[in-house]
Every structure is written in structure tokens, then in C-alpha cells.
Design a protein around this ligand. Structure first.
Ligand code: IMP
Length: 433
């Protein structure tokens, strides 16, 4: 039984939600392992559009169980909104969703603290999603956070909450962030949230390992993308969790020996939201064209995404970190009609070509990108379901990416619908599914 990880190979927003939703009918369980409601997965089913932030998109398949693992940070208000939206669409969330008793809880004061880091003079503004993600992970690593199990136990809640809340007021005052948080109201509200989620809370690590031992298949769904990983991304312009394949183990409690494959998802070009280095960024008209054709606006914050050309060294790096067995290339159709397509094929640093990713922002900004130009195509690839029907130049483009990155392209997504997808027969991906 093959258990797989699917995760972003760039800076997030690669279209993972759609492919996870598509493949989830081959799995019994889909598990999220990091991040929080900073992620946004948009899934179209017929006329219906679902934007999921915390709950894995597997929930949209009747019978598939969705798991929010221990590595996730949960804003219970946001989670309950999502549960309510899914229930209104007729989904039996209480039966399908399992929430880890070890996941961390986000409070409104985490958002307040985030403003300290983002607005303070002399600090680097990361351009976060303002959801309190970073400060919640800070409390986790600082060993003072509140976990789901603590939220559900009124006595433990009372023993943790006052100090946690007080710390935040002190911090905010020290940094001259003046925002009123009614801590007593928050406490009451969270105890109500606790009762709403209680039926879905369990030891998900135990549940997942039992399911695997019983022959069930698990799909691990990464949020954000490798270049936003706290260790391996473009630090400090990263999120605060382990968005790489390794995060699937720490974030769910399933050991690496129980996972058989890792699939990377990448756009046919690249985007990033928020600040930070971006070697293949395209400005002006070319950037606007990609943004418009790809509708590159954040599904959570609505912010315009920065756009750029496919970056081979970046994909080689993220492939090394994650050990990709196969790549899924999404949004190929956005490149339709371009006379030629630049591809960033080399990083030159101080005159030398390198296969390494600089560790500092200064180093990343010093990269001189080396481009090659590939012929574009005139045909329309939108919605194609057969590889044979792709224009020859589009096939060549994909073959070029696979050859340069050193990983097969096992699947191509040609539109937002489930069936607008081509899985290449004979690919490693096909054998893993
Ligand atoms: P945070 O995760 O809100 O702390 O934001 C840190 C950085 O990660 C910012 O640059 C965000 O724009 C980026 N980020 C967080 N979540 C996503 C996502 O789901 N897609 C793309 N970028 C994201």
C-alpha cells in the first residue's frame, strides 16, 4: 500500500488543492501536516467553488477521511467557519474530519503580536498573511502554547491561558501596539469553540498508524511550498512551519518508513506572495500578462502575486530537499500564445555557475539569472485531457523542464476542473497512485 506526500515545489499556490482533491479518491485518508489558515486551496467541482484553508480537500470526497495533524496551527473560529460552510454543502464533516489533540491553537492575540513584528521600525517585514501563524508557532517552540487537548480541558485551559494572554499584552505595550483585546471574552468564546470541535478531536497519530497497519492508504498534503519552509526556504521570508516532505512525519506522527513516495507540484512558471528574493521575477507588461492569464491573486488575502518564469535551479534544489519521485506541472495553459518562453536555467554567483541555493537574502539577491528561450505554441492547451493533443512545442517545453530538473513530469494540469488533468501512462507517478 503506497502512502504519498504531495507538496509545493515553489513558493506555494502551485495548485495542490486541485490535484489532492483529484487523487484523493484513490486514498482512504488525506492528512494536513503543517501551516494553518494562511493556506488557501481552491477546488472547483462543476459549478461549485470551495476555498479550503485548514481542512484537507479530501473532505470533498464522500467516504474519505480528512485529518488535521499535530503540526498544524488551528484558529478554531476559522475552522468552525469552514466546517459550517462544508456542512451547508451537504458534507458530513463530523464523520469525515479528525483533528489532532496535539495541534496548536491560534488566539486573536497572536495576530496582535504579529503586528509587532511586521510594523516595527528596524524589523524586516515579511509580508505575512496576518493570521497569527508565526506567533502561534513561536509559543509552540517556546513550550508555552495551548494545544487542542488543553483547550478541551477547562482546568488545563485555565492554567495556561492567563499567562499566555498577559505575555501578549506586555509585549504589545512594550512595542507600542495599542489594540484592545478582551481576554475574558476570548476565553468564553474559545470554550464554546471547544465544544463544537470536541467530537472530531482524537489522537490522529495513533489513528493514522492504525489505519496504515490495517492496509489503508494515506495522502499527506503539504501547505505553502518548499521555498517557504522555515529551514530550507528563503529565510527570513518564509512561513513558520516545516513545509517540506520531512514535515509530513513530524506533523502527523507517521514514520518515514511508512511513506513510499513524494510528489512535487509546480506551476509551468512561478509565483510568490509577500516579500523576499525572487530570481526569475518578471515586472511590467510580461508580469501583468501572467498575473491576468493565471488569475494570480491570493485566495486567502486577495493580494496580487508576484510572477516569474520557471526557475530550474530552484526546482533542482526543492527536488533535492524533498526527494521528488515525480512532478505535477500545473497551469500550462497560462503560457498559451506566448511566442517564446524564457526559462531560468542557471544561477551565476560572482561569475560562477552554481547548483547551490545561497543561504542569505544578500546571497539570493546577488544571483545573476541565466535564461534560455524556448519556442512557445499557438494552440490552446486549456482543458486538454490527452498528452498526444498537446502542441509539440508544449510537449518539448515539459520535456525540457523534466530533463533539466532531473525529475519526470508525471502529470499536467490544464485547468481547474478535476478532469482537466493528464496523468502520463507509464510514469512513476501513475505507478504510485
Ligand atoms: P505567514 O505564513 O502568514 O506567516 O506568512 C509568511 C510568508 O509566507 C508570507 O510571504 C506569505 O505571503 C507566505 N505564505 C503563507 N501562506 C502562503 C500560501 O498558502 N501561499 C503562498 N504564500 C503563502
Amino acid at each position: 500500500m503506497k502512502n504519498l506526500i504531495i507538496l509545493g515545489a515553489q513558493w506555494g499556490d502551485e495548485g495542490k488543492g486541485k490535484v489532492v482533491d483529484l487523487f484523493s479518491d484513490k486514498f482512504d485518508i488525506v492528512a494536513r501536516y503543517q501551516g494553518g489558515h494562511n493556506a488557501g486551496h481552491t477546488v472547483y467541482i462543476g459549478e461549485r467553488k470551495f476555498v479550503l484553508k485548514l481542512i484537507p480537500s479530501g473532505i470533498l470526497r464522500p467516504g474519505v477521511r480528512a485529518v488535521i495533524g499535530n503540526g498544524v496551527v488551528i484558529d478554531p473560529g476559522a475552522l468552525i467557519d469552514e466546517i459550517t460552510m462544508l456542512e451547508a454543502a451537504g458534507i458530513d464533516v463530523t464523520r469525515q474530519l479528525a483533528i489532532s489533540n496535539r495541534a496548536q491553537i491560534i488566539f486573536p492575540f497572536h495576530r496582535m503580536v504579529e503586528k509587532v513584528s511586521e510594523a516595527r521600525k528596524g524589523r524586516i517585514a515579511i509580508g505575512t498573511t496576518s493570521r497569527g501563524i508565526g506567533p502561534c508557532y513561536e509559543d509552540k517552540i517556546g513550550r508555552r502554547g495551548m494545544r487542542v487537548a488543553d483547550l478541551l480541558d477547562a482546568t488545563i485551559f485555565e492554567s495556561i491561558y492567563p499567562a499566555l494572554a498577559e505575555d501578549k499584552t506586555t509585549l504589545a505595550r512594550a512595542f507600542e501596539v495599542h489594540e484592545e483585546v478582551d481576554f475574558a471574552r476570548v476565553r468564553e468564546q474559545y470554550l464554546v469553540y471547544a465544544e463544537r470541535i470536541r467530537p472530531m478531536v482524537c489522537d490522529t497519530a495513533s489513528m493514522l498508524n492504525r489505519a496504515i497497519a490495517g492496509g489503508q492508504r494515506v495522502l499527506f498534503e503539504g501547505a505553502q511550498g518548499t521555498m517557504l519552509d522555515i529551514d530550507h526556504g528563503t529565510y527570513p521570508f518564509v512561513t513558520s512551519s516545516s513545509a517540506t516532505a520531512g514535515g509530513a512525519c513530524t506533523g502527523t506522527g507517521v514514520p518515514p518508513t511508512k511513506i513510499q513516495g513524494v510528489i512535487g507540484v509546480s506551476k509551468a512558471y512561478i509565483t510568490r506572495v509577500g516579500g523576499g528574493p525572487f530570481p526569475s521575477e518578471v515586472f511590467g507588461e510580461d508580469g501583468d500578462r501572467i498575473r491576468k492569464a493565471g488569475n494570480e491573486f491570493g485566495s486567502v488575502t486577495g493580494r496580487p502575486r508576484r510572477c516569474g518564469w520557471f526557475d530550474v535551479p530552484l526546482l533542482r534544489y526543492t527536488s533535492r530537499i524533498n526527494g521528488f519521485d515525480s512532478l505535477i506541472i500545473t497551469k500550462l495553459d497560462v503560457l498559451d500564445g506566448l511566442p517564446e518562453i524564457p526559462v531560468l536555467t542557471g544561477y551565476r554567483v560572482q561569475g560562477e555557475l552554481t547548483d547551490d541555493m545561497p543561504a542569505t537574502v544578500t546571497g539570493l539577491e546577488a544571483i545573476e539569472p541565466v535564461y534560455e528561450r524556448l519556442p512557445g505554441w499557438t494552440g490552446n492547451t486549456r482543458g486538454l485531457k490527452d498528452h498526444a493533443l498537446l502542441p509539440p512545442q508544449a510537449k518539448d517545453y515539459l520535456a525540457f523542464l523534466a530533463e533539466r530538473v532531473g525529475v519526470e513530469v508525471g502529470c499536467i494540469s490544464t485547468g481547474p476542473e478535476r478532469n482537466e488533468t493528464i496523468v502520463l501512462p507509464g510514469s512513476r507517478l501513475a505507478s504510485l497512485l
